[in-house]
Design a protein around this ligand. Structure first.
Ligand code: ASP
Length: 411
């Protein structure tokens, strides 16, 4: 992925971003939606095309690659515990910072004519039942990531139990995973143009002026996320992973930037796998934690759930009781887990939180104006959380830095 030249992919994507803002500010919104938006939509379609086979193959290979069943159980448990703890802490961070900054107080924005899409909040048992696909092929065709993940882990688990006999199938999925990583890298070559189209369309449609009244929301989001990195991630890097902070930041820079500019965790996954490997995670643990986290571990989206709940409650003058706040944490975790790694998914999922605490869903339409910017912030942290977890689990297994990168990974 990393092009060695100075003007590599990250720089090209930044350029796409800047040009997108400039062009979006100049052209009419009709022009942008006819000519520029399709450039962005093409990119999103390409990413959606690769994500199901990419996550499935790497996760099967990751789970089955851990041949010792008790180790697989241990790695899975540690990974899920790190995911769950960091996600819950993230929602709480969002709630607290928004409570201090008051992003929605004094905001008298008209929501007239704005129509929000709704996702009804399902009951807990339905949420859990829905993780199990009735038919795995249906889950593949619909792109239902939680179901794909569930099937992939069970498949990998059973494949690993076959031992030697399962090796040909394991090799097959490892190869499919490698093919999909290559395909993602090919798709990513188009990312700078895709980013350009997406940003130009957003800016021309909403105008930069939309940023002003909602500036406090963006600020709260930025501060909460930065605090999460300072108060949670850096101590984890120093205390648990035990690598220099500078090395860590340099290592995660590329996936971070891809996520920031594309607003898609799925787009950054291949780069994130490589980044966690370079920082010392083993192949099996990173191929387990990174694709799994790509859908279920969304710390940035979790922060966003907390912030938008407080923001919307303030705009509508709704007091959030202690119970409401706990509900936000619980539903925020569930909404973040269910959010797909594509642009804008978190906005739709936040209706689950809003419905639960009685916030009018028009709030979604209000936030939508600046959601692209909030998405950049949250997606970059979503991605960083996955590679960080892979590193934590590798360290807890006592294997950090124990494996060299293969020639294929370095290709
Ligand atoms: N865009 C985010 C991601 O890809 C998901 C979200 O919208 O929260 O991780």
């Amino acid at each position: 992925m990393a092009s060695k030249s100075k003007f590599g992919l990250p720089m090209q994507m930044l350029l796409g971003l800047v040009l997108g803002v400039v062009v979006g500010a100049i052209v009419s919104s009709d022009f942008a939606s006819t000519y520029l938006q399709p450039l962005g939509q093409l990119f999103i379609r390409l990413i959606r095309m690769v994500v199901v086979p990419l996550v499935f193959a790497t996760l099967v290979a990751g789970a089955a690659g851990i041949s010792d069943i008790s180790k697989l159980g241990r790695v899975a448990t540690k990974t899920v515990i790190v995911f769950a703890l960091t996600t819950a802490v993230s929602v709480a961070f969002g709630l607290i910072v928004a409570g201090l900054i008051d992003p929605g107080v004094g905001l008298t924005l008209s929501t007239e004519g704005l129509v929000a899409k709704q996702v009804a909040a399902p009951g807990l048992s339905k949420v859990l039942l829905d993780i199990v696909p009735l038919n795995p092929f249906d889950a593949f065709t619909k792109g239902n990531m939680l179901q794909v993940i569930f099937f992939a882990i069970m498949f990998g688990f059973c494949l690993s139990a076959l031992g030697e006999r399962g090796k040909p199938v394991l090799n097959f999925f490892e190869l499919v995973g490698d093919v999909m990583i290559r395909m993602t890298n090919v798709v990513m070559r188009y990312a700078p143009i895709g980013v350009f189209g997406l940003i130009a369309f957003t800016v021309s449609r909403h105008g930069l002026a939309v940023l002003l009244p909602l500036g406090k929301l963006i600020l709260a989001s930025f501060i909460a996320t930065a605090l999460l990195v300072i108060v949670v991630y850096i101590p984890i890097v120093v205390g648990i992973i035990r690598i220099p902070v500078g090395t860590y930041f340099r290592g995660i820079f590329e996936p971070w930037l891809i996520a920031f500019t594309t607003c898609s965790s799925a787009a950054a996954m291949a780069s994130n796998l490589l980044a966690s490997r370079k920082l010392g995670a083993t192949k099996t643990i990173s191929s387990f934690a990174v694709p799994l986290g790509n859908t279920i571990n969304m710390n940035g989206t979790a922060v966003y759930m907390g912030i938008t709940a407080v923001f919307a409650a303030q705009v509508y003058g709704i007091e959030l009781s202690m119970v409401d706040q706990l509900t936000v944490v619980l539903m925020g975790v569930m909404a973040a887990i269910g959010t797909a790694g594509v642009p804008g998914a978190g906005l739709i999922m936040s209706t689950i939180v809003f419905t639960q605490i009685g916030i009018p869903l028009e709030a979604i339409a209000l936030i939508a104006g600046v959601d692209r910017i909030l998405d950049m912030i949250r997606t970059s942290i979503n991605v960083v959380g996955d590679s960080t977890t892979a590193l934590v689990v590798t360290r807890l297994e006592g294997e950090l830095g124990s494996e060299k990168l293969t020639a294929d990974e370095l290709a």
